[in-house]
Design a protein around this ligand. Structure first.
Ligand code: COA
Ligand code: MG
Length: 307
């Protein structure tokens, strides 16, 4: 029998912090993110990679002391920078590394080999550092399931809308004139729906947590609410924040409300009572409660931290 979808380490709201911004890295403890992602990839210009590695490496012990998962993001295998980045960050202060533009399970095998070498050299249990791959190219989406179960190190997968759109040669709603109201529907951007859903379904099948792309308009809370709500409805367990103002809303949207928790408890109680009477389905407030409804209620309680 498969495990509940939320039994893995729950990242829910990881905060990106540019890896070359000593000032921002020092502020991390002010914010109630569920993980910190010091970024050496896209938020750092090529000329500043070495500096970012040094600043990030220096910040890792302090970030780790904050008691949240620390998951530095390194440059993709396409850049040739990955091993140098990993050399800077692999150590006892990180839970996992994140890596962009993963195309297939062979990429995971390559990163796994690099991590094993560094773990062995540095006296860390080989296999203990996780991998959070970004599925953000057409091939990453097509191979989402194979990537998600390529290694026990993969415990989460991220959908990256910006790079996915660039790879596909499609525009984002933010690139399109305001007058083009057809570009965003209640299902989000139609051009992203297949890929966003594919990542959620692959992650579930592989029993890893799916994390949704950052919402780049960081001063648009209504847009964030709508996109995070969509991701949650599609099966995502969380969404990246790029700005501290996004954290509260993301945590709220990916956490069950008191009403949902109360309802879940009543569903489970009703099902238990029915079972004692030899019935598998029962009515509650005019709705049928049966096994899948109970399973969803258990998911709600697991996401709320009750087991
Ligand atoms: N991590 C930590 N602190 C952050 C932060 C972040 N990601 N983003 C902003 N802050 C801090 C600012 O330093 C500022 O602190 P202060 O109150 O002490 O002055 C405060 O939050 C408010 O920031 P604000 O002035 O509103 O934003 P900004 O203009 O300084 O920064 C961005 C805006 C987008 C440049 C910044 O949020 C950022 O760099 N985000 C991360 C980008 C990233 O990592 N991208 C890669 C993944 S897609
Ligand atoms: Mg990317």
């Amino acid at each position: 029998m498969s495990t509940a979808p939320f039994s893995h380490m729950d990242l829910r709201c990881p905060l990106f912090i540019p890896g070359n911004r000593r000032d921002m890295l020092a502020k991390a403890g002010r914010y109630s993110a569920s993980a910190y992602i010091p970024d050496i990839e896209d938020s750092v210009p090529l000329a500043n990679k070495a500096e970012a590695r040094a600043i990030t490496a220096e910040a890792l012990p302090c970030l780790n002391e904050l008691g949240k998962a620390v998951v530095p993001r390194v440059n993709s295998l396409l850049t040739g920078l990955t091993m140098d980045d990993l050399e800077a960050v692999v150590g006892p202060h990180i839970v996992a590394i994140s890596i962009g533009k993963v195309k297939n399970s062979d990429d995971i095998a390559v990163v796994d080999g690099m991590l094993s070498e560094l773990e062995g050299d540095r006296g860390i249990d080989v296999g203990s550092i996780g991998i959070l791959p970004w599925l953000e190219t057409a091939s990453g989406i097509v191979n989402a399931y194979a990537i998600s179960c390529a290694s026990d190190r993969v415990r989460w997968v991220a959908f990256g809308a910006e790079d996915f759109s660039a790879d596909m040669g499609i525009s984002r709603a933010v690139d399109i004139a305001e007058s083009d109201t057809g570009s965003v529907t209640e299902y989000g951007e139609a051009s992203l729906l297949y890929a966003r859903s594919a990542v959620a379904v692959a992650a579930r099948a592989a029993e890893v947590q799916a994390l949704d792309t950052p919402y780049v308009k960081f001063r648009d809370p209504d847009g964030l609410r709508s996109e995070a709500g969509l991701a949650r409805r599609l099966g995502y367990g969380g969404k990246f924040a790029i700005h501290p103002d996004q954290i509260g809303m993301i945590n709220e949207i990916f956490s069950p409300t008191d009403a949902e928790i109360e309802r879940a408890r009543r569903v489970i109680a009703a099902a238990r009572a029915a079972e004692l009477e030899g019935r598998g389905s029962v009515s509650l407030d005019g709705e049928m409660v049966d096994a899948p409804v109970v399973a969803r209620a258990r998911n709600v309680l697991a996401r709320a931290g009750f087991n």
